[in-house]
Design a protein around this ligand. Structure first.
Ligand code: ZN
Length: 202
């Protein structure tokens, strides 16, 4: 049923596109915003526009960042030879919160998924190999921290195979201590921290 305001309906339609937001919550958010001061709604709108227009990706690790290189890649203390491979930027934030890892990251931007037609060339595997071969920042350990689902597993195996010829590089994977199929996003900090500390050779 259409409401009495097309403008309101248009806002609801846009909000309902957000993940986890159905039309009902979209309507609640729109009505909530309507009650806020113009200033606070403008701040939200500005933040959203900035999110799209000003944010960039670090050209080294691929993490979403305000600057290039990101604050992790530009920190010389983090160049300790450890490279942690994750699926998405979100995973970097989760691991950073554990304070367990002090090396560098590599964000793949996805995982190999033949069913979705996503192959190694569609994610940042080439960039990973370029970093591994970069003599300026030698890598001695690659830590695979991909989700323990079938796509994450397939991607871990693929990367492990590519790294096999590099005798000087140790390939490890984080230990999960949780059932297969659970995504990093749903693991509490303590478990993730433990998983990091007790990573295994791949
Ligand atoms: Zn970076």
């Amino acid at each position: 049923m259409q409401g009495t305001s097309e403008i309101l309906e248009r806002a609801i339609e846009q909000l309902a596109k957000l993940p986890g937001t159905g039309r009902k919550s979209a309507r609640r958010i729109a009505l909530h915003l309507l009650k806020q001061s113009e200033e606070s709604v403008m701040q939200l709108a500005d933040a959203l526009v900035d999110l799209k227009q000003s944010i960039t990706r670090c050209s080294h690790c691929g993490v979403i960042s305000d600057g290039d290189p990101c604050s992790i890649c530009s920190n010389p203390k983090r160049q300790n030879g450890q490279l942690c491979v994750v699926e998405e930027s979100q995973d970097v934030y989760l691991i950073e919160k554990t304070n367990e890892f002090r090396g560098m990251y590599h964000v793949l931007g996805g995982v190999i998924s033949p069913l979705d037609n996503i192959g190694p060339d569609d994610i940042r595997v080439k960039e990973l190999m370029r970093r591994v071969n970069d003599e300026e920042y030698p890598v001695d350990e690659v830590i695979l921290a991909l989700n323990p689902d079938s796509e994450g597993e397939a991607t871990s195996y693929y990367i492990n195979k590519l790294l096999k010829p590099y005798d000087e590089i140790k390939v490890t994977r984080i230990a999960y201590g949780i059932p297969m199929g659970t995504e990093l996003e749903f693991i509490d900090e303590a478990t993730l921290s433990r998983a990091f500390a007790s990573r295994n050779a791949f």
